[in-house]
Ligand binder design. Structure first.
Ligand SMILES: [Fe+2]
Length: 286
């Protein structure tokens, strides 16, 4: 059975956090890959400032070509609202994120290194919070491969594609944003990332393939590549690599977007849910 997300205790970010405190949080994040700080209740600006201290956040980001514009809180374009709430006939946030296992911005040349989610409104039924987020640790999944498989995968590169992601969502009947127009599709830039990646800070190796974004493997026959991707995707989500987060309002969840993949649980129907996400700019994967 999947474990629980590690809780970092003793900090109230809104009251200020010094460099030593920041180091404690960052070290816990790098060791556990995903951590939560309870009872933070951060404003979008406070969340942005704290996330930016963990690792720089790209300010005033231009959303990627081919992407669908995601709603942001007033004046904070670095934060995206994840929500199923509709106000005046208009969705206030993205409601289809996390249907499949993924790592954020996998299809970009420089995917995000860390991410944070601040829980604003969490649905609760009979005293139990709904909408858990599951994480799987891609470093642990790599460690568990046998040596023959590690050497087979070494040096391979795979194509990560935002268009593949949107098409997969549509194929599964889970796309709630508009499908890509031909013009958007033509503008999507695919990323050719190493299939086995080295973490830029910890130096740990990890499997960098996901069911949501990985279209094909470079220089490999399509069928063989598809089989290898499917095998790795099955392996990645074994229970032993997973941790699950049960949300509480006020949570600030932080994850290592390089060392993990995540997936949402859609068990709350139309009960209102709202979270704010922020991501930090990572290096080109190696
Ligand atoms: Fe995500």
């Amino acid at each position: 059975m999947a474990g629980r997300v590690y809780e970092v205790e003793g900090f109230r970010i809104a009251d200020g956090i010094d460099e030593a405190g920041l180091r404690v949080v960052r070290d816990a994040l790098l060791r556990h890959s995903v951590v939560v700080l309870r009872d933070q209740y951060l404003s979008p600006v406070q969340q942005l400032d704290f996330t930016d201290r963990l690792h720089p956040v790209e300010r005033n980001p231009v959303r990627p070509a081919g992407g669908n514009h995601a709603p942001t809180p007033e004046g904070v374009p670095e934060i995206v609202i994840m929500s199923n709430i509709v106000e005046n006939g208009k969705p206030i946030g993205l409601s289809d994120a996390g249907v499949m296992w993924h790592t954020d911005m996998h299809g970009q040349a420089r995917p995000e290194l860390f991410g944070s989610l601040s829980a604003v409104t969490i649905p609760v039924r009979d005293g139990v919070a709904l909408g858990d987020t599951r994480f799987t640790r891609t470093t642990a999944a790599y460690d568990a491969l046998d040596d023959a498989m590690k050497s087979r995968l070494s040096g391979l590169r795979a194509v990560q594609s935002y268009a593949f992601y949107i098409d997969e969502l549509q194929r599964r009947g889970a796309l709630s944003r508009p499908p890509l127009t031909e013009q958007q599709r033509a503008a999507v830039v695919e990323a050719h990332h190493p299939l086995i990646r080295t973490h830029p800070i910890t130096g740990r190796r990890l499997i960098y393939v996901a069911e949501s974004y990985t279209d094909r493997i470079d220089d490999m026959e399509a069928e063989e590549g598809a089989e290898l991707i499917a095998m790795l995707c099955d392996h990645l989500v074994k229970d032993e690599f997973q941790v699950v987060h049960r949300w509480r309002e006020g949570d600030l969840l932080i994850w290592d977007n390089c060392a993990t993949q995540h997936k949402a649980t859609f068990d709350y129907g139309s009960m209102p849910r709202r979270l704010h996400r922020c991501g930090t700019t990572g290096p080109v994967p190696e």
